[in-house]
Design a protein around this ligand. Structure first.
Ligand code: OGA
Ligand code: MN
Length: 274
């Protein structure tokens, strides 16, 4: 079975065909997938029968996995798998994270060393809705006017949580979350390409006036997910979708809560953005 790589969009996303991720991959096949991942930022592999241990084994080839701190949402016996789910247990308690970010973000950019890759496997999906959107931040950077590229080159933003991203936190809890600084433009370590690195966790641009920070963030919110740089993934059961948090923003969308959406997520550790 020959592996195929088919672009899904001019700027972001490719589909891998002709692979069975439930079996160990040889070095050459894995190297081709890894390269396609860094180049396309999002990979879609459909029709996979992926038990937890195989998803873990495949994900680990990209690097060490992160264990999510919300241990109540780990899959029993497989702490490397975070459940994204609106299923409930016998007592009505949610089995997983019900809402994983219906706003543009890059995973946990409010931490010092944000995640590199997030790998989401669809176990059960609603008949409609619950799509995931991906916006290329290589393309968002490339589309900046030259003067703005220069202006942003030395700027950093403070990333943290707020009422939009953490609605259940009280003001006092929010105030206690220390923010972290990251460059507004980061260089992808594998491709050398520059990417815009912001998203909804970016709360403030540092080293400029409050008014200038507001002006920049307002500009970025209009710019970072323009229609022409967005790939919309419409899920089918048995899809594995993997994204590179260093070069895309992503955004979850609504679905009718009478249907089940149940996903297994593995997360590959990243490096400090530079
Ligand atoms: C995530 C996430 C989007 C979705 O898992 O980090 O943002 O559509 N998921 O579930
Ligand atoms: Mn996310």
């Amino acid at each position: 079975m020959a592996m195929t790589i088919t672009k899904l969009h001019d700027h972001v996303g490719a589909e891998i065909g002709g692979v069975d991720l439930s079996r160990p991959l040889d070095e050459a096949t894995f190297a081709a997938i890894e390269e396609a991942f860094y180049q396309n930022s999002v990979l879609v592999v459909r029709g996979q029968d992926l038990p937890p241990e195989r998803q873990i084994a495949f994900s680990q080839r990209f690097g060490p996995l992160e264990i999510h701190i919300l241990d109540q949402y780990q899959l029993a016996g497989h702490p490397e798998i975070l459940l994204l789910s609106n299923k409930t247990d016998a007592d009505g308690k949610p089995l997983g994270l019900v809402e994983a970010g219906r706003y543009w973000h890059t995973d946990v950019s409010f931490t010092e060393v944000p995640s590199m890759g997030s790998f989401l496997y669809a176990v059960e999906i609603p008949p409609a809705g619950g799509d995931t959107l991906f916006a290329s931040q290589f393309a968002a950077y490339d589309a900046l006017p030259q003067a703005w590229k220069e202006r942003f080159a030395s700027l950093k933003a403070l990333h943290g949580l707020n009422k939009t991203t953490a609605p259940k936190f009280t003001d006092a809890q929010l105030a206690s979350v220390k923010g972290v600084e990251h460059p507004l433009i980061r260089t992808h370590p594998m491709t050398g390409r520059k990417a815009l690195y912001a998203g909804t966790f970016a709360l403030k641009v540092l080293g400029v006036s409050d008014a200038e920070s507001d002006e920049i963030l307002t500009f970025l919110r209009d710019h970072w997910a323009q229609d022409d740089i967005v790939y919309r993934h419409r899920w089918q059961a048995n899809d594995l979708v993997m994204w590179d948090n260093r070069s895309v923003l992503h955004c979850a969308t609504l679905f009718d809560a009478q249907y089940i959406r149940h996903m297994h997520r593995t997360t590959v550790a990243g490096e400090k953005p530079v």
